[in-house]
Design a protein around this ligand. Structure first.
Ligand SMILES: NC(=O)c1ccc[n+]([C@@H]2O[C@H](COP(=O)([O-])OP(=O)(O)OC[C@H]3O[C@@H](n4cnc5c(N)ncnc54)[C@H](O)[C@@H]3O)[C@@H](O)[C@H]2O)c1
Length: 327
């Protein structure tokens, strides 16, 4: 059994615990949250030992892997300590708040020989995985243009308003837009040219729109969280290729060609253990990324996707190139 210790039992911690409970060969042995009631709620159905501050878990818990779901501004401090304890660390995105911290983590991971996976979950989301495979096979010809959008109401559920405090989260750029940027970079690489704008009225960096020019195609990436709670969350993409268009929008995943429109069917995943609270597909890419991470840890293998190098590169692209564009 792989022993998991998870720090930060809020929104994302709850999602991860639900995933671990559905992965065979994995046992949650430690949970930490400064709000005890959060840890108590997630401990249901486990024999996890409970801690307050994450440092107490890192110092004392019997674990093989650590999963950090703390607010972004706390990532660096806790990840640096966790890397000294375990050989496998899962750290939520964005890797850190600043690029200096990101460099420090990268250096430490190499010194400690710690395998780190960053929660760039879109790389593991079914529709995006299918898209990546279709493009890799080249069946639709060359990409002509692509568009990725992520629209959300303000994430106002966070502990002590950390996510809506720019100095603690980096705003919508670092918190939300980075998902699509990381994915675009993972399949297309760095663009030749870039044009990026963000709002200057209202909450700092609550809207970012970026155009990426490649040799012979263009990618647009839009992200915002300045919508009212009544607006549904939307994560969509449309990739236009020479021989067809792949679109994921309005709850439909479609392929459009000259021959007609066809829905791209996704395989419904089976639940791995008896602890499931619902269909595993409802856990989306979160389940897939943690299944990958725990399988790598169980086998003692290197993490090869959503690596710390990937997370650092995406953060640097966002902070040093996109958000500083024209500034
Ligand atoms: N991959 C995704 O799609 C996705 C979605 C949402 C959030 N996230 C990321 O997950 C992380 C957490 O976000 P969230 O929405 O779950 O926030 P949250 O505020 O809901 O949860 C954070 C938890 O950490 C606890 N905490 C604070 N300081 C602590 C400490 N020193 N020790 C132990 N516990 C402590 C808080 O009490 C809270 O329960 C962030 O990095 C965020 O960017 C990722």
């Amino acid at each position: 059994m792989l022993k998991v210790g998870l720090i930060g039992c809020g929104f994302m911690g709850a999602m991860h615990v639900n995933c671990y409970k559905n992965i065979e060969g994995v046992e949650i042995t430690a949970l930490a949250d400064v709000r005890n009631e959060k840890a108590v709620a997630l401990a249901e159905g486990t024999n996890a030992k409970l801690y307050g501050d994450g440092m107490e878990l890192i110092a004392n818990a019997d674990v093989d892997i650590i999963d950090i779901c703390l607010p972004t501004f706390l990532h660096a401090k806790y990840a640096l300590a966790a890397m000294e304890k375990v050989k496998y660390l899962f750290l939520e995105k964005p890797v850190t708040l600043t690029t200096a911290e990101a460099d420090e983590l990268l250096k430490k991971s190499k010194e400690c020989g710690c395998n780190v996976q960053i929660g760039q979950v879109i790389r593991f989301w079914d529709e995006y995985v299918v898209l990546r495979d279709m493009l890799a096979k080249g069946e639709l010809g060359k990409v002509v243009n692509a568009n990725f959008r992520r629209l959300s109401p303000r994430p106002d559920w966070g502990w002590e308003d950390w996510s809506t405090t720019f100095e603690r989260s980096g705003g919508a750029g670092q918190d939300l837009h980075i998902h699509d940027i990381d994915f675009a970079l993972s399949i297309f690489g760095e663009p030749k040219k870039l044009y990026s704008v963000q709002n200057l009225i209202g909450e700092k960096c609550s809207y970012v729109n970026t155009l990426m020019q490649y040799d012979d195609f263009v990618v647009g990436v839009e992200g915002t969280w300045d919508l009212p709670a009544s607006h549904p969350f939307e994560a969509t993409f449309r990739v236009v290729c020479e021989k067809g268009v792949v679109e994921n929008a309005g709850g439909k995943f479609m392929l459009y060609t000259d021959k007609g429109a066809e829905e791209i069917k996704l395989e419904k995943k089976k639940i791995g253990s008896t602890n499931a609270g619902g269909n595993i597909s409802d856990l989306g890419g979160y389940y897939n990324e943690l299944l990958y991470f725990t399988a790598k840890a169980a086998a003692g293998e290197k993490i090869e996707d959503a690596t710390i190098e990937d997370g650092v590169a995406s953060l640097k692209f966002l902070l040093d190139k996109e958000l500083s564009f024209g500034a």
